[in-house]
Design a protein around this ligand. Structure first.
Ligand code: F6R
Length: 262
């Protein structure tokens, strides 16, 4: 696992955008896995800026969302299909249909989950999965005690997640109780993973994910099994890490190597 600790949240946005941009430069029709929530918004805005300034062409990528609420009416401003249309598809200039989201409005939710897995497989699989992390260690909406080998499925949201996400709704009681989420095993199949976290409220979750034991109590810790994970955090989110000096040493050494190669 590569852990990059940067001074500020703005630095996290820039570095995460660099990782995505490098992937898209390698493969213009990259399949991106995309998180919603606050953590990746600055990254999406920086990518949109680069696209706008002609520094990057994102128009050939396609995207799969991590998750979606169950039961929100189509077009509800807080549903992840709407959020990704607003924050990603439009600013990136993606044609319709290029951002797919699990369909939480279908009567047959099990079928919707299977269809979603099939759509990811048909696309050739996710090249780079962007993740945030919940304060309780969830990734996607795989709440603590989720099976480490779970696939896309219906999941009940924890009380903490519903509270954390109440800021996106007029009334906390409007936060749905259930969602569809890619499973932990689905996430592990992505070829690369980029996790971003900012702020002290993420410090415990980041420490448990990166340095704790692999445990369903911290679902993000399953990423320790993945070969190509980059974690980009600001100092506040890194506050619980024991090995920050080592991560900095590794990052500096790699930077020096890159400069020698150039
Ligand atoms: C969102 C998602 C969640 C969020 C997590 C952090 O699609 O899958 O795992 O990444 O809840 O949310 P924020 O970024 O709002 O703190």
């Amino acid at each position: 696992m590569e852990v990059i600790v940067l001074p500020t949240a703005a630095d996290v946005d820039m570095r995460a955008a660099d990782v995505v941009a490098a992937q898209v430069s390698r493969r213009s029709d990259t399949v991106l896995g995309v998180a919603t929530g606050s953590s990746p918004l600055g990254t999406y805005r920086e990518l949109a800026r680069r696209q706008h300034e002609g520094e990057l062409d994102l128009t050939r990528i396609s995207c799969f969302a991590l998750d979606e609420y169950v039961g929100l009416p189509v077009g509800h401003p807080a549903c992840y299909a709407s959020v990704l249309e607003r924050e990603l598809a439009r600013p990136f200039g993606l044609p319709k249909g290029r951002v797919r989201v699990p369909d939480g409005s279908r009567p047959d939710l099990e079928r919707a989950c299977c269809d979603y897995e099939e759509a990811i497989a048909r696309s050739g699989g996710i090249d780079l999965q962007i993740l945030g992390i919940g304060a309780n260690g969830h990734i996607g909406f795989n709440e603590p005690t989720s099976s480490l080998s779970s696939r896309t499925r219906v999941k009940a949201l924890s009380a903490q997640t519903r509270l954390d996400n109440a800021r996106f709704f007029d009334d906390p009681a409007d936060v749905p109780t259930h969602c569809l989420t890619q499973g932990l095993d689905t996430i592990l199949e992505a070829r690369r993973v980029l996790l971003v976290a900012q702020g002290e409220h993420k410090a415990d979750a980041v420490a448990a994910a990166v340095e704790g034991p692999v445990s369903a109590m911290c679902p993000a810790s399953v990423l320790q099994f993945h070969r190509a994970v980059t974690v980009v955090v600001d100092e506040a989110a890194a506050a619980g890490l024991a090995l920050t000096d080592y991560y900095r040493f590794v990052a500096d050494a790699e930077h020096r190597l890159r400069q020698e190669d150039a």
